[in-house]
Write a protein that binds this ligand. Structure first.
Ligand code: MN
Length: 441
C-alpha cells in the first residue's frame, strides 16, 4: 500500500479522544491513515485499511466485476485453515489492561472508547465449527467490555452456553488480514466456519493458533488478541454509539465480557475503524451485496451490478442494474432484494446502461424511466433495520419501498437512450490531456 501511495502518515501528536476519529472522518474513503504519535500511548494506530473497495479487491487479488463471484465461491467452498503452534501475535503475553491499548472515542455523545475493528470467534458447544463475526466492544475498565450481540450466530452460541450456565469462551482479534474481516461479515449460514471462508479467499494461506487460555482460535499473525469470556448472566448498559447510519444507536442491556489475557506483537499497531465511515459501510455491506447479487440472479436473467449506496448508509439503500426480459422482471428483482437483505429499506432497479455507483445517473433513470403510480412498490409493517431511527427501533418494523426505474418494454427504446456525441481519437486525446492539466492546477 505504501508503494501504491495509499498511506498517509501523521506524525503530529494526536489524541485517541475525538482527534484521530476527526482525521479519519476528514479523509473518509481516502487513503489509509497511519498515526505515529498517539498521545499517552506507545503504540501506533492505523485507520481506514478497508475503506476503499479497490484496496479490498487488491487484498483479495480480484477486481470490482469479479468480487461478488469470488466471495460467493468462498462462501460455498470454505477450506479449513491450518493450525500452528505459534505466531507473531504471541511475542508478548500479558495480564489484561485495556487502558494501555489506544482504543478510540469516536463521536461526541458516544458512551466511551469502543473497539470497532475486532473479529470475535467462538466454538460451537460440540466443537463442530467456529463462528467469526465483528461486534462493537465498549471498553468499561481495565478488563471488562460490553458486547453488542444482535440475534445472529454468536448470540445463538452465547444462548446455548447460557442454558448450561456457562460463560462463552471467545478470542477477540484486532489487526487482521482484510480477507478475515470480509469473511466474518459474509452471508454464510449458521454452522459455517468463517475462518474457512477467509482461508479460501486467501488461497489456503491463513494460519490460526489455538488460544492457550480459552477454547477458541485466532489468526497467528494478528496484531492483538484478547482471550476472553462472555458472561452467561451479567448484563450491562451498552451504548450509546454512532453506528452505520451516522446517528446514535440507543442504550441496551447487553452481555459483559471479562478479558483474561492479552497477546500481541512486540510493537503492535492498533487497527481503528470509524463507525459510520466508508470502511464500516464496505465491510458490512459487501457480504449483503453478494447476497443480493446471488438471490436476484435467481429471478432475473442477468444482474450486472449491486451497490449499497454511501448515502443509504451502505446498508439501507440498494441500486441494482439488471438486464430484463419482461416488464415484471424489475419488480421481481425488488422482492428478491428485500428477501436477500432484510435490513434493506429502499431499492432502485435500473437497466444495465446506468452506472449504479453514480447517484446522478440513478436519479436520471428515476426522472426519465419511472412512473409513481405504476412502478412503485410499498410494503408496510415488515422487518427492517433497528438502526434506522425513522423505523420502530424496538420492534424493527418499517416500511419498504422499491422503485422500478427500468425502461418499459412497450415503448420504443430510442426514446430512453442516453444521447451521444461521437468522439474521435483526436478529441479523446485532447480531453485526456486537458483533464490532466486541470487536475494539476
Ligand atoms: Mn456465522
Amino acid at each position: 500500500m505504501e508503494r501504491e501511495n495509499e498511506i498517509l502518515h501523521i506524525n503530529e501528536e494526536v489524541s485517541t479522544e475525538y482527534e484521530i476519529s476527526a482525521l479519519m472522518k476528514a479523509f473518509d474513503g481516502g487513503p489509509i491513515l497511519y498515526f505515529h504519535n498517539v498521545k499517552g500511548y506507545e503504540n501506533n494506530v492505523v485507520g481506514g485499511v478497508c475503506g476503499a473497495k479497490k484496496r479490498i479487491c487488491r487484498a483479495l487479488k480480484t477486481n470490482l466485476e469479479k468480487i461478488y463471484e469470488k466471495i460467493s465461491q468462498a462462501c460455498e467452498h470454505p477450506k479449513e485453515p491450518q493450525i500452528t503452534e505459534s505466531g507473531s501475535v504471541m511475542e508478548v503475553l500479558e495480564k489484561p489492561n485495556l487502558n494501555r491499548i489506544p482504543v478510540l472515542t469516536h463521536y461526541f455523545g458516544d458512551g466511551g472508547p469502543y473497539i470497532t475493528s475486532a473479529i470475535v470467534s467462538a466454538l460451537s458447544p460440540d466443537g463442530e465449527f467456529e463462528n467469526v463475526s465483528i461486534h462493537r466492544l465498549q471498553v468499561l475498565d481495565e478488563k471488562h467490555l460490553a458486547i453488542r450481540l444482535v440475534p445472529r450466530h454468536l448470540h445463538k452460541l452465547w444462548l446455548m452456553a447460557k442454558e448450561k450456565g456457562r460463560d462463552l469462551d471467545i478470542a477477540i482479534s484486532i489487526g487482521v488480514h482484510p480477507a478475515i474481516s470480509i469473511a466474518s461479515t459474509a452471508p454464510v449460514p449458521y454452522g459455517v466456519n468463517e475462518y474457512a471462508v477467509a482461508n479460501r479467499l486467501m488461497n489456503g494461506r491463513l494460519k490460526l493458533i489455538e488460544c492457550p487460555n480459552v477454547n477458541a482460535h485466532a489468526p497467528a499473525d494478528a496484531e492483538i488478541i484478547l482471550e476472553a469470556r462472555i458472561s452467561a448472566s451479567k448484563m450491562v448498559n451498552e451504548g450509546p454509539l454512532v453506528d452505520i447510519t451516522g446517528t446514535h444507536d440507543i442504550i441496551r442491556k447487553q452481555p459483559l465480557i471479562e478479558v483474561l489475557n492479552v497477546m500481541h506483537r512486540e510493537n503492535y499497531i492498533y487497527q481503528a475503524l470509524l463507525p459510520g465511515g466508508s470502511e464500516h459501510k464496505i465491510l458490512m455491506g459487501l457480504g449483503r451485496e453478494v447476497m443480493i447479487w446471488k438471490i436476484v440472479s435467481m429471478v432475473v436473467p442477468h444482474v450486472k451490478a449491486v451497490n449499497l449506496t454511501v448515502g443509504g448508509c451502505g446498508w439501507l439503500h440498494a441500486v441494482i442494474s439488471i438486464e430484463k426480459q419482461t416488464d415484471g422482471d424489475a419488480k421481481n428483482a425488488i422482492l428478491a432484494a428485500f428477501a436477500a437483505h432484510p435490513s434493506l429499506k429502499h431499492v432502485v432497479v435500473v437497466d444495465t446502461d446506468i452506472d449504479v455507483y453514480d447517484p446522478n445517473e440513478v436519479e436520471w433513470a428515476i426522472a426519465t424511466r419511472f412512473q409513481g403510480d405504476e412502478d412503485l412498490i410499498v410494503i408496510r409493517n415488515v422487518r427492517g433495520s433497528t438502526l434506522d431511527p425513522s423505523g420502530d427501533q424496538k420492534t424493527g418494523l418499517t416500511t419498504k419501498m422499491g422503485l422500478d426505474a427500468t425502461k418499459p418494454l412497450d415503448k420504443p427504446t430510442e426514446s430512453f437512450k442516453k444521447a451521444e456525441i461521437p468522439v474521435n481519437d483526436k478529441i479523446k486525446r485532447l480531453i485526456d490531456e486537458l483533464k490532466s492539466i486541470q487536475q494539476r492546477t
